[in-house]
Design a protein. Structure first.
Length: 373
């Protein structure tokens, strides 16, 4: 008798649960199938509840598309933003927390796309123009670029970096090579230099191919190339990080790469790794302030300018939402920005250690060409 009561209670709970799921979703869509598909796709129950809510508000014919379709998810998030904007609740904490959760789901769907999962196993698959960072035992890093990739070797632009002893030859040197593959991950491999053609009109190195690539770091943020006027303010310490706009003039610069986790900034003069900075710019008429630390840089001695890779301090939820709205181009703001022409073999999404196409970006004005070191 006791077991019969327990089983009856469980059955009643299941029936009530199914009724609640159907009513919560609304309409005649089989919401049980929706929840099953969500769990199969790796989403937690609270995430599925949020997606269901968005699907209902967007009146999607097939709500399960939100688990795999970037296009449908963008449409739903855009509708969510428009709805709250029309109410004048865009600055509300509830709205920003919900939108942040939606963007987390958006990134999850983005990074489930095949282009982020298919890595490379051999250096023979690398594209011309790939930026490489090279180390020698006890020396480096040096910056180079892949200029030709035939079957027998890789031809590299002659490395730029710390001064080496007079008479030094790269030939037969064992080197470590790191690169970031756009829309993928970071990689590391070791190899040997086959030839040092420093005596040629255009000095190059030939290095040996390898099939032993180590995938070191997967992409965490969705990045896009851009070309935004900005101002940079050196900070005394990272503890001074804040999102309060500065009224005084900063150093003129350009943001050429953007994500919620960091930015790449082109500025005149030199800088140094570890420098805390604050950068402010506009996104579709909205002021954005990001603070962070310079984690990497490329200095162009001929043009006397630096490309700074800044790792951002944790931005506020509202700031992250504004950046991601721009990054995912929900309202077409990026079309309004004049993006520099792409080089052959380059990608639309910039990577943390890749050099954006900066040849056509405006150099910082005279007053910004300063020594930040």
């Amino acid at each position: 008798m006791t077991w019969a009561i327990v089983l009856g209670g469980v059955a009643l709970l299941v029936v009530v649960g199914l009724i609640l799921i159907r009513r919560a979703g609304g309409g005649k869509f089989p919401w049980l199938q929706f929840y099953i598909r969500g769990r199969e796709s790796g989403f937690a129950l609270h995430e599925i509840n949020l997606i269901r809510r968005v699907a209902v508000e967007a009146r999607l014919e097939d709500p399960t598309a939100l688990f795999w379709s970037v296009k449908q998810l963008d449409r739903a998030i855009k509708g969510f933003i428009i709805k709250y904007r029309s109410r004048g609740e865009e600055e509300g904490p509830e709205y920003n927390l919900l939108l942040a959760k939606l963007f987390e789901l958006r990134k999850k769907v983005e990074f489930d796309l095949p282009k982020y999962k298919l890595g490379v196993k051999s250096t023979r698959k690398l594209m011309k123009g790939q930026v490489l960072r090279i180390t020698l035992p006890g020396a480096g890093p040096f910056v180079s670029k892949l200029i030709e990739n035939p079957v027998r070797y890789m031809a590299l632009e002659y490395p730029r970096g710390p001064r080496l002893p007079d008479g030094f030859s790269w030939k037969a040197q064992k080197i470590g090579v790191y690169f970031w593959r756009a829309e993928d991950a970071g990689y590391f491999f070791q190899t040997r230099v086959l030839e040092d053609h420093s005596d040629k009109k255009y000095p190059i190195l030939w290095i040996a191919h390898t099939d032993n690539l180590v995938r070191t770091q997967k992409r965490q943020d969705v990045r896009v190339e851009t070309d935004l006027q900005a101002e940079l303010f050196p900070l005394r310490s990272v503890e001074e990080s804040n999102e309060t706009p500065e009224t005084a003039r900063g150093l003129r610069c350009r943001v050429v790469d953007l994500s919620e986790g960091g930015i790449a900034v082109l500025i005149g003069g030199k800088a140094k790794i570890g420098l805390p900075v604050k950068v402010q710019f506009d996104l579709a008429g909205t002021p954005i302030v990001m603070s962070g630390v310079v984690k990497g840089l490329n200095y162009d001695q001929k043009k006397n300018r630096s490309l700074l890779h800044v790792q951002a301090s944790q931005p506020s939820t509202a700031t992250s939402n504004r950046i991601l709205t721009y990054v995912f181009n929900l309202f077409g703001e990026r079309e309004a920005v004049a993006t520099p022409p792409q080089q052959t073999g380059s990608h639309s999404a910039a990577a943390p250690s890749a050099e954006p196409v900066i040849e056509t970006a405006e150099a910082a004005e005279e007053e910004s060409a300063v020594d930040l070191g």
